[in-house]
Design a binder for this molecule. Structure first.
Ligand code: ZN
Length: 63
């Protein structure tokens, strides 16, 4: 079975605990994604934080 390349951008992800999170290369990129998610999905306020496992950033909903 061959993998079909749809041309869609597949973001890099990494496992944090039991969840897979999207990795953002820069803080700015993550902040833009957070604003978009809040707007599109009426998501709760998202915070940006540096991943402890790699040189990238993740989003976290405030609890
Ligand atoms: Zn990470």
């Amino acid at each position: 079975m061959s993998k079909i390349n749809t041309g869609a951008y597949e973001p890099k992800r990494c496992w944090v605990g039991e969840t897979q999170k999207i990795c953002y290369a820069t803080r700015e990129e993550a902040e833009v994604a957070a604003r978009v998610a809040e707007y599109d999905h009426a998501a709760p306020e998202l915070t940006v934080y540096k991943c402890e496992y790699g040189d990238h950033w993740h989003l976290s909903s405030r609890s």
